[in-house]
Design a protein around this ligand. Structure first.
Ligand SMILES: [Fe+2]
Length: 243
């Protein structure tokens, strides 16, 4: 069986609607990751490795849901760590590759795609960065398409979240102070993107603009509307600088 069918075969054992969404998410992340790899002129072999690693990045989600009935890492276990265990247990990873270097890259992608750890300039970490970009793009698209719930709140954005935005870095889910901060976690994704391909995609699709507008139109908090409008302008400036 090729790697794609192996993935479908493994995930088909988890018969929850929530898990079906994760299968679709993984496929979309793979498609975006392949496009980044192409934009970087990767060889066919490296592009295939990117495909495998991106398709498998959330492999821990299935066991996570099966065991804990939640995708919330803080209430269960970090899904990247579960993924590494799942691939190593029963040597599942060998169904996807027999090459030790490829195994190392796939495990690294699983472990670090969802963390805030600083990555190196190595080729392995470049692939982790490709998956981080692709994963975040699909989360933002899913929030825009209502595949992930965009929780619109009427409270303020906290000073802490505004500070993270001004300092241009990610806001961790654990450090959000208000309900509106949940949205700022997503807005701050822009500061963690790595590739020109991704910034061009953001510019072309106006993805973050559309998300911000959606939130502004639905929240009743005047202050939050005002802060988000300013953030939107800054986000566009930042994207243009990166292209
Ligand atoms: Fe993901």
């Amino acid at each position: 069986m090729d790697y794609y069918n192996e993935f479908i075969n493994y995930t088909s054992k988890f018969n929850y609607p929530e898990c079906k969404f994760k299968v679709e998410h993984s496929k979309r992340v793979m498609d975006f990751a392949k496009s980044i790899a192409k934009s970087l002129n990767y060889s066919d072999e490296d592009e295939k490795l990117v495909s495998k690693a991106s398709l498998l990045h959330d492999i821990g989600r299935f066991e996570q849901f099966n065991k804990y009935h939640t995708f919330i890492d803080n209430k269960s276990e970090y899904h990247g760590d579960i993924g590494v265990k799942v691939l190593i247990n029963n040597d599942l990873i060998s169904k996807f590759t027999s090459n030790p270097y490829e195994k190392k890259v796939i495990l690294r992608v699983c472990k670090y795609h969802g963390t805030m750890d600083k990555l190196t300039d190595s080729k392995e970490d470049e692939i982790v960065k490709i998956v981080r970009d692709s994963d975040k793009i699909d989360i933002l698209n899913s929030a825009l398409n209502d595949n992930i719930k965009l929780d619109i709140a009427d409270d303020d954005i906290s000073e802490n979240a505004i500070k993270a935005f001004k300092e241009k870095h990610l806001l961790s889910l654990g450090s959000k102070k208000t309900k509106a901060d949940r949205f700022i976690v997503w807005v701050c994704f822009v500061f963690d993107f790595n590739f020109k391909y991704t910034f061009n995609y953001l510019k072309k699709t106006k993805l973050i603009d559309k998300l911000i507008l959606k939130y502004i139109n639905k929240t009743n908090n005047i202050n939050t509307k005002k802060v988000l409008k300013e953030m939107g302008k800054e986000v566009n400036k930042y994207i243009n600088e990166k292209i």
